[in-house]
Write a protein that binds this ligand. Structure first.
Ligand code: ZN
Ligand code: ZN
Ligand code: ZN
Length: 357
């Protein structure tokens, strides 16, 4: 698996006239080596030359944790790792640098290779990472199934009287109990806080009549889940049910519009036009979705201006929302994957408004 991906990235390097790929922390590393490095000041770096063997440089103390088919070269505590890594990089070459590399690392490489041209590796990596293979889709599917169980379980939990922070902790615990190896986020935003899409759980107490945005996800075998469901404590606030009907329609239509050959921006326009026709256009303040995989947000972005054609194997969220400042917010989010003949939803829990105590 890693071998095939490295061969594919080498072909991409040669095609774009880049001499080597230089990756440190971030998800390109596990994608190419199967190893996720801790983001430490001790550098871990993968060098993939356009021709020849890839090498993974790791701090000596991390070496026992590394299990990869790539050749591993540990560096010791008193070595200069940048000298050793740069030794494999020709002087006046073009080097593509991973988008998560620390600025201090890049500056150290620029010092050692002043004649080299450093370029962004994302345009090389994104086309590969965007198309998920069978195993990646299986991991995304399992992650989706696990959060669906959490969404359903939450319908039986009392929200009223708890703080957002307390609810967020309950959601996190359920995400772990459902089989995720880690929690990526657990957004609980009640009442007017729901109008801020990435609201962090506060000490605000959830009260009867609050609509609560619950948006959560974690990782299964390295791959992300991400779903949003809406919970109303006792009853829905004024005007909420009507807007929710519009949002449900927009979300469903956008999901159903997914198929190979359509573009990312067309999917966004599908959701947006229904919300605009419903009279809430100015309150849908973010893009319709984002790709998901080893990163919680990655390409393709489902946004106006992105003419990227959808291809089989692309996985992304469809998450339109309506946010009325000072009153409430709502969002419905599912992960989908494009298939040869359309779309597979990876989240299947009910999208109906959920009434809780
Ligand atoms: Zn988000
Ligand atoms: Zn989300
Ligand atoms: Zn999302």
């Amino acid at each position: 698996m890693n071998e095939e991906r490295i061969i594919a990235v080498q072909a991409a390097l040669r095609e774009s006239g880049v001499d080597a790929l230089l990756i440190s922390v971030g998800s390109d590393l596990p994608y190419l080596t199967g190893y996720r490095a801790m983001p430490l000041e001790r550098i871990t770096a993968l060098v993939v030359p356009a021709f020849g063997e890839a090498t993974l440089f790791v701090p000596e103390l991390e070496a026992p944790r590394v299990d990869t088919s790539v050749e591993v070269r540990p560096w010791g505590e008193t070595d200069d790792p940048f000298d050793r890594i740069a030794a494999g990089l020709p002087s006046d070459s073009t080097i593509a640098v991973g988008d998560q590399m620390w600025a201090s690392f890049l500056i150290a490489f620029q010092d050692r290779r002043p004649g080299a041209r450093f370029v962004d590796a994302e345009p090389l990596m994104a086309p590969l990472r965007m198309i998920k293979d069978k195993d990646e889709i299986a991991a995304l599917r399992d992650a989706g199934h696990a959060v669906d169980g959490v969404a359903d379980h939450l319908s039986t939990v009392r929200f009223g009287g708890r703080t957002e922070r307390e609810m967020s902790r309950i959601v996190s615990d359920l995400v772990l109990a459902s089989g995720h190896e880690s929690v990526s986020f657990a957004i609980v935003a009640a009442g007017k806080n729901g109008a801020s899409p990435h609201h962090e759980g506060s000490d605000q107490i959830i009260e009867p009549g609050d609509a609560v945005v619950v948006d959560f996800g974690g990782r299964v075998r390295g791959y992300g889940s991400d779903t949003t469901r809406m919970y109303c404590v006792g009853e829905a606030p004024d005007g909420f049910v009507e807007a929710y009907a519009v949002l449900e329609h927009a979300q469903r239509a956008a999901v159903e519009s997914v198929r190979p050959g359509t573009t990312a921006e067309t999917i966004d326009a599908t959701a947006r036009s229904i919300i605009s026709d419903g009279g809430y256009g100015e309150f849908f303040i973010h893009r319709t979705g984002h790709g998901i995989g080893l990163d919680a947000h990655e390409q393709p972005y489902i946004v106006q201006g992105n003419t990227e054609p959808i291809r089989t194997g692309m996985a992304f969220s469809i998450e339109p929302g309506i946010y009325i400042p000072g009153r409430w917010g709502m969002r419905i989010e599912d992960i989908v994957v494009a298939t040869d003949d359309g779309v597979e939803r990876l989240n299947r829990s009910s999208r109906k408004l959920r009434f809780v105590e």
